[in-house]
Design a protein around this ligand. Sequence first.
Ligand code: ZN
Length: 298
Amino acid sequence: MALGDFELMAFSDGTYPLDGGAFFGVIPKIMWSRKMVADEKNYVTSGLNSLLIRTGTQTILVETGMGNKLSDRMKKFYGQPAKLLDNLSGAGIAPDDIDIVINSHLHFDHCGWNTIRDKNGKIVPTFPRAKYYAPEGEWQYARKPSERDAISYIPENYDPLVESGRMTLLKGGEEIVPGISVETFRGHTASMQAIVVQGTGRNPHFSQNQGEVGHPRESFVGPTACYISDLMPTTAHIDIAWGMGFDLYPLETIESKKRYYARSIPEKWLTVFTHDAKTPWAYIERDELGKMVAKEAK
Ligand SMILES: [Zn+2]
């Protein structure tokens, strides 16, 4: 999809089973099962979506899925689809082509392909040329997580990158490259950051002069897309009150969603869903009754 002068592509690391009850928190199954089908063990299918942005000069990968370094115990729960590199390669994108990697937070299903084990068993960056970025608060928390979510943090995904200076830690609010910035949305964790992508476009009033000497192609701020990550992981989570059971601060999830919608709806942002196995992105709107609806992006 084109976003102004930027090009957006969605890539999947595959799907994995998640307990439907945990995925929808306090929402009764009789309600969520209308939106997502559970199997006989009550598992639903969760996607692992990464967003690739080509700015014209740089290639940026937002989120790196589950990766291929899970322990045998974790593999039993989640499988290990490990499809991201194959899917990138299918589109002609090699690890070497990635200039920048951004993680919204450091749960294992969001930064798994940050690193791989080389043939000697050493942890190395998967994307050898890339600069990595992640929220500083996440990294601080990941060093001493609570018993509740300690299983979600695998230090091999980020510690070697921080130690070698390859990963820059972000406070929130930084612009990483022109048009691509991060913004903290609390709720799922204390420091999770959404990645806001503002494409540039050309001023339509200048288009008639394009190519003429002496008429610079003036750019303007174009359409916006946002990788909102686990604030609303799928199109089934867009209702203000439909948070995940995994959220550490469920009341803040609600406030963060309101803050997001206050801009994303009037400005018609494209929302990118990290765990939706069918719909990687959509426009979220409010219908006449005030209900949130996801409109397919064409
Ligand atoms: Zn998470």
